[in-house]
Design a protein around this ligand. Structure first.
Ligand code: 6PG
Length: 485
């Protein structure tokens, strides 16, 4: 192992797949000398021996690792989010000096990042919570990177991150998102959108399979065709690949031999939990999270199935026309999911005092990350035209894209309901669009109910003030202070 030399401009702690791939990516770029460290040294030794070309400066103790870094010392932590991250942060913080930079590149909860930034920066050390998307391959070849932290830390860190980021239309997919937890917040929303996008694609597949009765291999061709044009994206591309796959053991389509219970590590749930706290309706994202939870309750599914003697007949459709309808419904629902995600970014920025450039976020998601898609260029354009739009759905391009697909969207959701195919994502997205579109919502009746049982008061449509009706008295109306209970 190399001795401490103080020559590495960047270090990586944590040599699991993401960490070692990121370290290899860093080492492959001109100008970087990369220090590496892992709690158990075997992993470090393996990486160093398998990749002599990387010229890693490897250490087997934290002291040696810290000594191997040039000043300002900059180290990226790539260990499991949670307690493991806290332990590494304190080991580094004890040894780092003011001006040095600790980067957490894991999928941390942004509330933890805010707390950690506060603690670490008290001693003059920078702490940068950074979202990194793109999975194992992205880490190796070019991820999309979402750093928070101070602008000062970004001066040192930015060029290093730009050297390894994916490139979209000539621009590296990294931007300083905002202070403290802003990077991890935006990565969280990215993952919420990822959940929604995946669920919508899965619903499209289910509809095609059940209603048009085509086999996975044929459907792979449909998704391949959809991967040019509006829907072009990494998730559509890999869907076609997965549908093509045949299980070697049974000869069946791969998708038919996988247990239909979806897992989740928590970032989707965080997106919804925080949306609830922020008061942002993200129904499309929430339904995607719930769809995974529902799938993972086989006992309830079996219990209900045991009560059912027959399921609805599938509605007869013209196969090609219906496939086109699903494509349109998928696109419209996807627009809604992204609009909801960006709404949460706007609300989070206001709540936590971040100045987030939405167009810049859309730009760095165009390559490297899991939700990379052609469509993000349209979002970039929408925010370039007007950074203050109240919803992406008011942008003329998206307004007409959704309006053009509207009739197909309604046919798909109603055909799904009549045929008994669950479409929580398509359905929630359409209801969201309808709720924004109608002139009056039944929220007026809800206000009446609240006032009836709890004197919670209401406002009137034609005059200022707060009112209460004496429901248990003579039912006359009085002016009232707004209710606080
Ligand atoms: C990425 C991914 C990555 C991971 C998520 C989702 O952007 O590279 O989002 O972070 O796949 O953790 O995982 P779950 O589906 O298990 O929640």
């Amino acid at each position: 192992m190399a001795e401490a030399s103080g020559t590495a401009n960047i270090g990586v702690v944590g040599m699991a797949v993401m960490g070692s791939n990121l370290a290899r990516n860093l080492a492959s770029r001109e100008g970087n000398t990369v220090a590496v460290y892992n709690r158990s040294p075997e992993r470090t030794r393996k990486l160093v021996s398998e990749h002599p070309e990387a010229g890693f400066v490897a250490s087997e103790s934290v002291d040696d690792f810290v000594a191997s870094l040039a000043k300002p010392r900059t180290a990226i932590i790539m260990v499991q989010a949670g307690a493991g991250t806290d332990a590494v942060i304190s080991e580094l913080a004890e040894r780092f000096e003011p001006g040095d930079i600790i980067v957490d590149g894991g999928n941390a909860n942004f509330h933890d990042t805010i707390r950690r930034e506060k603690d670490v920066s008290a001693s003059g050390i920078h702490f940068v919570g950074t979202g990194i998307s793109g999975g194992e391959e992205g880490a190796l070849k070019g991820p999309s990177i979402m750093p928070g932290g101070t602008a000062e830390a970004y001066k040192t860190l930015g060029p290093i991150l730009a050297s390894i980021a994916a490139v979209a239309e000539g621009e590296p997919c990294v931007t300083h998102i905002g202070t403290d937890g802003a990077g991890h917040f935006v990565k969280m929303v990215h993952n919420g959108i990822e959940y929604a996008d995946m669920q919508l694609i899965a619903e499209a597949y289910d509809l095609l399979r059940t209603i048009t009765k085509r086999e996975p291999a044929e459907l792979a061709e449909v998704f391949t065709a959809w991967n040019s044009g509006d829907l072009e994206s990494y998730l559509i591309e890999i869907t076609a690949e997965i549908l093509k796959q045949v299980d070697a053991e049974t000869g069946k389509p791969f998708v038919d031999i996988v247990l239909d219970q979806a897992g989740a590590k928590g970032t989707g749930s965080w997106t919804v939990q925080n949306a609830l706290d922020l008061g942002v309706p993200v129904g499309g994202i929430a339904e995607a999270v719930f769809a995974r939870s529902l799938s993972s309750h086989p006992e309830q599914r079996e219990a209900v199935q045991a009560t059912i003697s027959s399921r609805p007949d599938v509605v007869e459709v013209d196969v090609d026309t219906f496939a086109d309808d699903i494509r349109a419904a998928l696109y419209a629902s996807k627009v809604v999911a992204y609009a909801q995600g960006f709404d949460e970014i706007v609300a989070g920025a206001a709540q936590y005092g971040w100045n987030i450039d939405k167009g810049a976020v859309a730009k760095i998601w165009r390559a490297g990350c899991i939700i990379r898609a052609q469509f993000l260029n349209r979002i970039v354009e929408a925010y370039e035209k007007n950074p203050d739009i109240t919803t992406l759905l008011e942008d003329p391009y998206f307004a007409s894209a959704v309006a053009d697909g509207e009739a197909a969207w309604r046919r798909v959701v109603s055909t799904a309901a009549l045929s008994g195919v669950p479409v929580p994502g398509f359905g929630a997205a359409l209801s969201y669009y309808d709720a924004l579109s109608v002139k009056r919502l039944p929220a007026a009746l809800v206000q009446g109910q609240r006032d009836f049982f709890g004197a919670h008061t209401y406002k009137r449509i034609e005059k200022e003030g707060t009112f209460h009706t004496l429901w248990s008295g003579d039912r006359t109306e009085i002016e009232s202070a707004p209710s606080t209970h």
